[in-house]
Write a protein that binds this ligand. Structure first.
Ligand SMILES: Cc1cc(C)cc(S(N)(=O)=O)c1
Ligand SMILES: [Zn+2]
Length: 262
């Protein structure tokens, strides 16, 4: 327990500003979304998700989360519409979660967190030639955030939780082809959107955030499967269970507010 506290103090969110001064920037993520203060913008339309099943490639443990990578060499799997000027290509998705019974989402809604949060990361391949270039540009990335609420078993999440044992340790990866993330979407795509950042270092302020209002429901058992993952590598003797890998909400600063579409 004390090891975790020391680890948090040295490497956790409150220490990131030492190596990444942008951590105290003007458009940091996540934030606490206050629905009653969200502005309506009639020019803001619905988002469209075109996810082609055959672009998923692999699932990996990168020491911070479990990530499913996609083939982003063309526009087969994209998000478009809403606040976006052009299609953004799906590159990867990953999760953030808490400890047993604790909250683990990054964004909160009127101060309330969810059990977990799924991030589908897309990049602007129309304006930028590589993901790396897009990741440092103010309109380079579009991340779709989906809350996971604890309840009944999710019908499709087992396709991910069933293979987590294969990527238990940092640096491990395995084949994960033919997965369509459409099965992880809630029934409606009403969303809040605001300009923000990556929520883990390097914290680039390059993300147009689109956070869905409706959570998906997953069971405590399925959430518990994420906690078999380790922050540490197989060879490290200090076993560090991967949990509470979320950044707390950051100051809204001069961002007037979030915009809502429903
Ligand atoms: C460091 C980092 C990289 C990527 C692609 C995405 C994020 S996040 N959690 O903001 O979606 C963080
Ligand atoms: Zn994330």
């Amino acid at each position: 327990f004390t090891l975790t506290l020391i680890h948090q103090a040295l490497f956790g969110p409150s220490a990131w500003h030492r190596h990444y001064p942008v951590a105290k920037g003007s458009r940091q993520s996540p934030i606490d979304i206050i629905p009653d203060e969200a502005r309506r913008d009639s020019s803001l339309g619905p988002i469209f998700l075109k996810y082609d099943r055959c672009t998923s490639l692999s699932i990996a443990n990168n020491g911070h989360s479990v990530v499913v990578e996609f083939d982003d060499s063309d526009d087969r799997s994209v998000i478009q519409g809403g606040p976006l000027d052009n299609p953004y290509r799906l590159k990867q998705f990953h999760f953030h979660w808490g400890g047993k019974g604790c909250e683990g989402s990054e964004h909160t809604v009127a101060g309330v967190g969810y059990a977990s949060e799924l991030h589908l990361v897309h990049w602007n391949a129309v304006k930028y030639t590589t993901y790396e270039d897009a990741a440092t540009a103010p309109d380079g990335l579009a991340v779709l955030g989906i809350f996971l609420e604890q309840g009944d078993d999710h019908r499709w999440l087992h396709t991910i939780t069933d293979v987590l044992y294969m990527v238990k340790f940092k640096g491990s990866a395995t084949n994960f082809k033919g997965f369509n993330p459409k099965c992880l979407l809630p029934s409606n795509l009403h969303y809040w959107t605001y300009l923000g950042s990556l929520t883990t270092p390097p914290l680039h302020e390059s993300v147009i955030w689109i956070v869905l209002k409706e959570p998906i429901v997953v069971s405590e058992k399925q959430l518990g499967m994420f906690r078999i993952l380790q922050f540490s590598g197989e060879e490290e003797d200090q076993r560090m269970r991967m949990e509470n890998n979320f950044r707390p909400p950051q100051p809204l600063k001069e961002r007037i507010s979030v915009v809502v579409h429903d």
